[in-house]
Design a protein around this ligand. Structure first.
Ligand code: ATP
Ligand code: MG
Length: 257
């Protein structure tokens, strides 16, 4: 079980306030979507959740299962089950993708002792597990023997982020625009892979500009409109359709921004 609670979160980057009082609570197994204009602070929120050192929390709190994680480093937060799929994944030369996945998986399993996670004794067992997952995001096995993201196309990088989520099975995943740059078929397979991971215990937050990927999800519990550094409006899945049709202006108007 994992409950993420963001309370009146204010965040600055290089002295400029970007997040201006974010409030959000997610329950176990829920799928949330965050939609909002460019530059409104969505990626800032995701970086802050994973302790990016350039983002300074000036007010508010982030709680995981009722405990503040503000003092924890990125790897400590990851070991508690938080995962971020980046909007712009970094190429890491020299780090083999499958080695990276196995090392991360084992580190998480060790940290999450007591949770019901599959144990892979041999490298071969783990490779078989990877192969199943690599197919589900529409990548070929060849990617596993390459360096992490190196030379991957934009869409391949996005699929690789979702592959990490599928393999690592975090408790709470934040996916920052997993659909940007994906071809039409990939949007569907990535959405399917996301749905497979989102089960009764695992929470997913999808940041996106388009309702399309959301339509392919098995379920979507809450949609939030993010603008000017905070959540202005929340609703059910139908809000995503309304935003796609009407844009954001009416929400900003309602909130008198
Ligand atoms: N170092 C910085 N100095 C000043 N402003 C910054 C800095 N870094 C980011 N910002 C600003 O913070 C704001 C929020 O950026 P962020 O990347 O969080 O937006 P976003 O909602 O993810 O946008 P998009 O939908 O385009 O991905 C932007 O206006 C950006 O220009
Ligand atoms: Mg962004």
């Amino acid at each position: 079980m994992a409950v993420l609670e963001i309370k009146d979160l204010h965040v600055q980057r290089e002295g400029k306030e970007i997040l201006k009082g974010v409030n959000l609570k997610t329950g176990p197994g829920e799928v949330h979507a965050i939609m909002g204009p460019n530059g409104s602070g969505k990626s800032t929120l995701s970086y802050t959740l994973l302790a990016h050192p350039k983002y300074e929390v000036t007010k508010g709190d982030i709680l995981l299962d009722g405990e503040s994680i503000l003092e924890l480093t990125a790897d400590e937060r990851a070991k508690k089950g938080l995962f971020l799929g980046f909007q712009y994944p970094t190429e890491v030369s020299g780090v083999g993708f499958s080695h990276f996945l196995r090392t991360s998986y084992n580190a998480l399993s060790k940290a999450m002792k007591g949770d019901d996670r599959e144990v892979f004794i041999t490298v071969r067992e783990f490779q078989n597990y990877l192969k199943e997952n690599v197919k589900s995001v529409g990548l070929s096995e060849e990617f596993l023997s390459r360096y992490l993201n190196e030379g991957f196309s934009g869409g391949e990088k996005k699929r690789a982020e979702v592959l990490q989520m599928a393999v690592l099975k975090p408790k709470i995943s934040i996916l920052d625009e997993p659909d940007s740059g994906l071809d039409i078929d990939a949007v569907q397979s990535v959405a399917k892979a996301i749905s497979q991971v989102s089960d009764k215990d695992s929470t997913t937050i999808v940041i996106t500009h388009y309702a399309r990927i959301l339509n392919f999800l098995d379920k979507l519990d809450h949609v939030h409109v993010f603008a000017d550094g905070r959540i202005l409006k929340s609703g059910d899945a139908s809000l995503a359709q309304e935003l796609e049709k009407r844009g954001y202006d009416w929400v900003l108007e309602e909130a008198k921004l």
